[in-house]
Design a protein around this ligand. Sequence first.
Ligand code: UTP
Length: 290
Amino acid sequence: MHTRPRIAVLPVAGFGTRVLPATKSIPKEMLPIVDRPALQYVVDEAFAAGITHCVLITGRGKAAIEDYFDEAYELERALERKGKAELWDELKRLRPKEGTMSFVRQQSARGLGHAVWCARDIVGDAPFAVLLPDVIIKGKPGCLAQMMEAYDDVGGNIIAVDEVPEADVSKYGVIKPKGSLDGPLIAMSGMVEKPPVAEAPSRYKITGRYILQPEVMRLLATQEAGAGGEVQLTDAMARAMEAGSPFHAFAYQGQDYDCGSKLGYFEAVLAHALDHPEIADGARELVSKA
Ligand code: UTP
């Protein structure tokens, strides 16, 4: 049995330039998907998978995130006074238990790898999960919970992947399989960022959920800036793989939405509206008229 990760790192310090101007003053992770911020879905996914502590890597202009996960004392008392017990209960239910969430400041946005490394003291020498909060994955159970099950079998490092049409591979980072493609777990020998269609080693795109071993965190300490002048998590993972650390891709059951892009964000709102107990019927009617 492999010891499951208990700590998840959620980097939320990026600039979100693809959804400007909204992200000039609102962290992109706080953009609402119907009635709750994108980040809430991802935090829920982490805790539902057995994670006991989430480390959010924040930065300047991201204070709304800390406030969101805190008790809103005046608001909650007002809801209580007005007899809106259901809403009050919902807010309490969504709020993480005290002491189960930390906020670490990434002083300058030097890339995803650097953001993850900022959590090193809290993660310590243990396996950990990374969830990119601008990607929401609708799945039952959630994507990370599915990955934990797979982890029980193989341990090591696990990267969530989703199969995309061949014509789309050049938009994503894709994995290089070394084993059979039967079943959801695929042994990996590498990763390629945005390959031309003809050279793509697979159609499995990397989607923003990882279970990683401590050696990846150690390698991040010496990881130099790579593509785009940023410290890349993929570069540290590639070095870990070269050094013999086992990596599997895991093809989860579910649908992912890239809320960091305009179209992906719109698709996420639409899918969640069509599924929302309060507004699903109305949303369906609106869509049929569009
Ligand atoms: P992205 O590259 O998708 O985020 O990083 P970004 O940089 O905010 O996006 P654009 O390209 O400017 O639109 C994936 C995740 O990593 C975080 C982001 O907040 C996002 O959730 N991130 C990225 C950091 O926390 N720090 C960084 O230095 C870079």
